[in-house]
Design a protein around this ligand. Structure first.
Ligand code: FES
Length: 223
């Protein structure tokens, strides 16, 4: 067995073949309430399950201590090449492509590059707001029909940015906050930089596709 506390295979073992946590009825901390209430929460539950599974394996967190939740780094990608490229479809957990009507304004979901499926590759937050709400640091050329896509991997220590507070994206590990209406810039907490934005557009079939890779490094480091 690997000593890597975030060994993806070990996480998969804990999640089981379905990727689900083995105790779905367990009472959840209130901080995750919205996380669980999301009607598109299946992926988020998987993220949460990964956090739970990983916490059990963490033996040394160094300076990456989350005093309130006991969470530390929960994401590490062994694959370091390009994640998306021009024409790569965004897909859901079942590998289904995402149509323009998939989300209403104010909603979000987790998607993946069709070419690199799985949460250990490139979890991506797809959000939708009225186009007029975007501004600031948002690269509007990277958006389409009110959709914007950002890496879901926190730039502080690699946790999943899985919570929401109004329109703000929140990382549960150390309360990092990002504004998806302004290029996912940091608005609170310790993350050193914004979540990198993914350039997206609609294909001729009306499904969301990337037009390139993330505009910056995914996850912790990379400054
Ligand atoms: S990992 Fe520390 S705020 Fe996200």
């Amino acid at each position: 067995m690997s000593d890597d506390p975030i060994d993806p295979e070990r996480v998969s073992e804990k999640l089981g073949d379905c990727g689900c946590h083995s105790e779905p009825d367990a009472e959840q901390p209130s901080i995750y309430q919205e996380f669980w209430d999301d009607t598109r929460g299946e992926l988020k539950r998987r993220d949460y399950a990964k956090i739970l599974a990983t916490v059990g394996g963490v033996t040394a967190a160094g300076s990456l201590v989350a005093p309130s939740l006991g969470l530390a780094q929960v994401f590490e990608r062994s694959y370091t090449g390009p994640v998306y490229s021009d024409g790569v479809a965004l897909v859901d957990a079942n590998g289904e492509t995402i149509t323009e009507s998939a989300l209403s304004e104010g909603e979000q979901m987790t998607v993946f590059p069709e070419s690199h499926p799985g949460i250990d590759r490139a979890p991506t937050l797809l959000v939708r707001f009225a186009e007029s709400e975007y501004g600031g640091e948002t690269n509007m050329e990277f958006t389409v029909s009110g959709y914007a896509a950002y890496s879901k991997v926190c730039t502080h220590a690699g946790c999943m940015v899985a919570d929401r507070d109004g329109t703000t994206l929140v990382c549960p590990c150390h309360s990092g906050r990002f504004n998806p209406l302004s290029g996912a810039v940091v608005t609170g907490g310790p993350p050193p930089r914004a979540l990198p934005q993914l350039p997206i557009t609609l294909s001729s079939e009306g499904t969301l596709i990337a037009t390139g890779d993330f505009e910056g490094p995914v996850g912790a480091g990379g400054e």
